[in-house]
Design a protein around this ligand. Structure first.
Ligand SMILES: [Zn+2]
Length: 502
């Protein structure tokens, strides 16, 4: 079987402060403050002519992106940024600049700032490089002939000093994000449960992860009735829960981070069938799993110093004579009985058992990702994702990491009285309520039953997993949202550290 993994590699990142590097470049990206004074342009090759042209064309406002080839040895794309702008805004400008540069098909691009305030420069460079890397992440194509004239960017040269800019992390993050997007864009007849499993085996072998797979028989023995209710309409018996283990040398194996992902390879809605438009892109309903997997890849590539377990709930949600029904009562792995209400609320069913399974290992922290509810999209649009959790400090750190990384999240309430909407006449809990009001909150309250209180837990409802035209630095509709956020949470905001408060 041919591999479903992305082909090729992302461009190399190199540092070169030497001005002699310039003639070897095919293209230069200059990040400049909006309304920059004449002096700022002097650092740019051919800067005087560029400055005059920019003024003439009134291209000095924040967010302007333009390319000129005047007195410089190669074409120069200038992007103007507001020094006070947040990460999301600078990444969005960088996305425009990267698309502009890509249209010139250069092999070697240099990146520099000119006249940038010292505090802003590293963030600008980071945004520029992140966007160039994201633009190079090819998406799956199944055409008989390769596209004509296609050329790839081979090298990105950082021309500023910027000693604190972590190029290894930037590349790892781009690789993780690309994997998450790539998988979400694969056709559902290629990335079905069996295809997904063999892809994971290949990737685990390549990355040195230990992999195990609990198939339907093993899950039945464990009593994972919530997961199996969703899987029972599948035409093949390939569904299951994959576990991937990353174990860095010398780390305490007992305190692993658990990343849990919803991997519905195609969601028809089940017996409560979705209408055509709502079903059209439902191969993307596995994005929670691809984000967990992309995060694991990025953490592996940065050499994260803590052990990580990745748990992926992989199945389809099908119609058919064997499909589960409204008012079915099933027993989850932790013994909770669930009254099914709507078969399209399958994500919380498969996550319930996967979270319970992950919790048995006493992880240091659990983070789950899922394209879970339309209500979260209704509340936030596709620009933000929702976060929920059982520790206030986790939510504060997640929101701060979202602001700093440009993958923005907003936290929602999780008060106990919301459970009134999930009271069942016959079972311990109802799967969801009859109407859609606050379904993102109710889904989180439902999932909370499968994570013991003593485990810190963060749930990410990926409303921003799909955004037409791209989002922040990412140019494709599948955004891979969550990989960059999680790296920021873990590496910059100490998400895994114990809380200081009582
Ligand atoms: Zn669904």
């Amino acid at each position: 079987m041919t591999s479903l993994l992305p082909e090729g590699t992302l461009p190399r990142l190199v540092r070169r402060r030497d001005p002699k590097a310039l003639p070897q470049l095919d293209h230069l990206l200059v990040l400049l403050p909006a309304g920059a004074a004449r002096g700022a342009w002097q650092a740019v090759p051919g800067g005087d002519a560029l400055a005059a042209a920019a003024r003439r064309r009134k291209l000095t406002k924040a967010g302007a992106v333009f390319t000129l080839h005047l007195d410089s040895p190669c074409p120069v794309t200038v992007a103007t940024l507001d020094p006070a702008a947040a990460a999301f805004a600078r990444l969005s400008v960088a996305r425009k600049a990267a698309a502009e540069i890509r249209s010139h098909r250069p092999a070697k691009v240099g990146v520099m700032t000119a006249g940038a305030p010292a505090a802003a420069a590293p963030g600008w460079l980071e945004a520029g490089i992140a966007a160039l890397l994201a633009a190079e992440g090819e998406m799956p194509k199944f055409r008989r002939k390769a596209e004509p004239g296609h050329s790839r960017l081979s090298t990105i040269t950082l021309l500023d000093e910027a000693p604190d800019l972590d190029l290894k992390r930037l590349r790892a993050e781009a690789e993780g994000n690309h994997l998450a997007r790539w998988l979400a864009a694969l056709p559902p007849n290629r990335l079905d449960a069996a295809g997904y499993r063999s892809l994971l085996e290949e990737l685990a072998g390549r990355e040195g992860w230990e992999m195990s797979f609990l198939g339907e028989r093993e899950l039945a023995e464990l009593g994972a009735g919530a997961f199996l209710a969703v899987a029972q309409a599948n035409p093949h018996r390939d569904a299951g829960i994959a576990r991937l283990r990353y174990r860095p040398r010398g780390a305490d194996p007992a305190a692993a981070l658990a990343l849990v992902g919803k991997g519905i390879c195609f969601d028809t809605g089940g017996t409560n069938l979705k209408p055509f438009r709502a079903m059209l892109d439902m191969q993307e309903d596995m994005q929670g799993s691809s984000v967990a997997l992309g995060t694991l890849l990025a953490l592996t590539r940065v050499g994260f110093d803590q052990p990580v377990d990745c748990w992926l709930a992989i199945t389809e949600n099908r119609i058919g004579p064997a499909a589960y029904n409204s008012r079915d009562v099933v027993t989850a792995l932790n013994g909770t009985t669930i009254e099914v209400i709507h078969t399209d609320a399958e994500g919380r069913m498969v996550l319930a058992d996967t979270l319970a399974l992950a919790a048995r290992e006493q992880p240091a922290l659990v983070i789950d990702y899922a394209t879970l509810t339309g209500a979260c999209v209704a509340a936030l649009t596709h620009r933000y994702s929702g976060v929920f959790g059982n520790r206030p400090a986790l939510l504060e750190r997640a929101v701060a990491a979202g602001r700093d990384s440009g993958e923005r999240v907003w936290s929602f309430p999780m008060d106990e009285d919301y459970d009134e909407a999930l009271e069942s006449r016959v079972a311990d809990v109802q799967q969801c309520s009859l109407d859609n009001d606050g379904d993102h909150i109710l889904a989180a309250r439902f999932l909370q039953r499968f994570v013991p209180d003593e485990l810190p837990w963060l749930h990410v409802d990926l409303a921003a997993g799909h955004h037409k035209g791209g989002l922040a630095h990412v140019p494709t509709a599948q955004t891979g949202f969550g990989v960059r956020l999680t790296l920021a949470m873990l590496l910059d905001h100490d998400l895994g550290a114990p809380e200081s408060e009582a």
